[in-house]
Ligand binder design. Structure first.
Ligand code: SAM
Length: 334
C-alpha cells in the first residue's frame, strides 16, 4: 500500500470476496440474504471457490458464535471490531439469526478505507432491508467527517480509517464509545496479510495493550514457499496486492510465535485442510455434522480434488486471546 494504485488493488479484494460469497450463497452452500446487494457484476465463480468461501465463512461464523457463547454473562455486553470489513454482511446475518441473546448486547464496529465505507453506505441507502437493524437511520446515524461519511448508530459503526494508522484508529474508537474493559472480538478475514508486517504488528500490540479482554479471529493464506504457495504469491503480486505479511510470517508455527510475542497468551491455529477433513466434527451440538458434510459435497460437481486439498492446506484460521484461562475451551475442538 505504498502508493494509491496499490491501495486501490487491495481495496478491490473486498469486492472479489463479496462476489465469491454471493456465488457460494447462490449455489446453496450457506444462507445470506444480504450479500446480493453488495455485488455489482454477478459473474460466474468456479466450484472450488464456492466451496472455499463456504469453508471460510463457516469457520469464521463458528468462532464468532463461540466468542458470543463464551461471553453471554458479560453484564456490560460485548463488542466486535471488524478490521477491513469490505462488503462483508456478517453484522446483518447475526442480527437476523438471533441465535444468541448476547447479540442484543453487542456493538459492532467496522473499519475500512474511506472509499469502501462510502460505497457500503451508498448501498445501504438504497436497500430498506439493510437499514432495518440500524437505529436512527439515516438522520441520527450518518455523520460527516473530514475523511467521509461515517455511520454511528448505537450498535453499528462504519468507520473510515487506515489500519496502519493506529493513533487515529484509537481516537476514532474512543470517540465512538468503544469500551476498553469488556470482551472484544477483533475479526481479520484476509486483511492483515495485505498490511506491512511491522504495521500489522503495531496494530496487534495496540490491541493487547489497550483492551482488557481482547480476542481475535484471523483467516489468512500461508505456506508461500512450496510451488503452489509461490504461484499464489506471484498471482496476487501481479494483481497489485502482494501478501506483505506472509514473507515474515510464512508458516502456522511462525504465526503462533508472532501472536504469543505480541501478548496473546492463548493462540490456536487450524489449517483449513484439517477443518475440511473433519467437517462434521466441529459444528455446534444442534447441527448434524455428517449430514452437513454430505450436503456440501453433493452441491456441485467437483473433479479438482488435488487442487482443492492444495488450496485448503494454504489457508488457516487463528484464534487468539489475551486471557488464556477463559479461552482454551472456546476454540474449535476436533
Ligand atoms: N474482510 C472482508 C471479507 O472477508 O469479506 C474483506 C476482505 S478483503 C480481502 C480485504 C479488505 O481489507 C478490503 O476491504 C480492504 O480495503 C481492507 N484493507 C486492507 N488494508 C487496509 C488498511 N490498511 N486499512 C483499512 N482497510 C484495509
Amino acid at each position: 500500500m505504498k502508493n494509491q494504485s496499490n491501495k486501490e488493488s487491495v481495496r478491490g479484494t473486498g469486492n472479489s470476496a463479496a462476489l465469491c460469497k454471493f456465488s457460494s450463497v447462490k449455489k446453496g452452500y450457506y444462507a445470506d440474504p444480504f450479500i446480493q446487494y453488495f455485488v455489482k457484476k454477478k459473474e460466474p465463480v468456479e466450484p472450488i471457490m464456492n466451496r472455499g468461501f463456504y469453508m471460510r465463512v463457516h469457520a469464521m461464523d463458528r468462532l464468532i458464535s463461540q466468542f458470543l457463547n463464551a461471553n453471554t454473562d458479560s453484564s456490560e455486553g460485548v463488542q466486535i471490531i471488524q478490521l477491513g470489513g469490505g462488503k462483508d454482511t456478517t453484522f446483518w446475518r447475526m442480527r437476523l439469526s438471533g441465535e444468541n441473546e448476547v447479540v442484543n448486547k453487542l456493538v459492532w464496529y467496522e473499519i475500512d478505507f474511506p472509499r469502501t465505507i462510502q460505497e457500503k453506505l451508498r448501498i445501504i441507502s438504497r436497500v430498506p432491508k439493510l437499514q432495518e437493524p440500524i437505529v436512527g437511520w439515516p438522520k441520527k446515524a450518518l455523520k460527516k467527517t473530514s475523511k467521509g461519511i461515517e455511520l454511528h448508530s448505537p450498535d453499528y459503526h462504519l468507520i473510515c480509517g487506515d489500519l496502519r494508522d493506529t493513533e487515529n484508529l484509537h481516537k476514532s474508537l474512543q470517540e465512538h464509545g468503544v469500551n476498553f474493559e469488556i470482551p472484544t472480538l477483533f475479526i481479520s478475514e484476509c486483511v492483515l496479510v495485505y498490511v506491512e508486517p511491522n504495521l500489522a504488528d503495531k496494530l496487534l500490540s495496540y490491541i493487547t495493550e489497550t483492551f482488557k479482554l481482547p480476542f481475535l479471529v484471523m483467516y489468512e493464506p500461508t505456506n508461500p514457499l512450496d510451488n503452489f504457495g509461490k504461484q499464489m504469491m506471484t498471482n496476487l503480486s501481479k494483481m497489485g496486492c502482494p501478501l506483505l505479511a506472509i514473507e515474515q510470517y510464512n508458516s502456522i508455527e511462525s504465526q503462533i510465535k508472532r501472536f504469543k510475542k505480541i501478548g496473546f497468551n492463548y493462540v490456536d491455529v487450524k489449517n483449513m485442510k484439517l477443518l475440511w477433513d473433519t467437517l462434521g466434527k466441529w459444528e455446534p451440538e444442534n447441527v448434524d455434522g455428517q449430514k452437513e458434510r454430505n450436503r456440501v459435497i453433493r452441491l456441485e460437481w467437483f473433479d479438482e480434488l488435488e487442487e482443492w486439498n492444495m488450496i485448503m492446506s494454504h489457508y488457516f484460521v487463528l484464534w487468539a486471546a489475551k486471557n488464556d484461562q477463559i479461552s482454551q475451551e472456546k476454540f474449535i475442538k476436533i
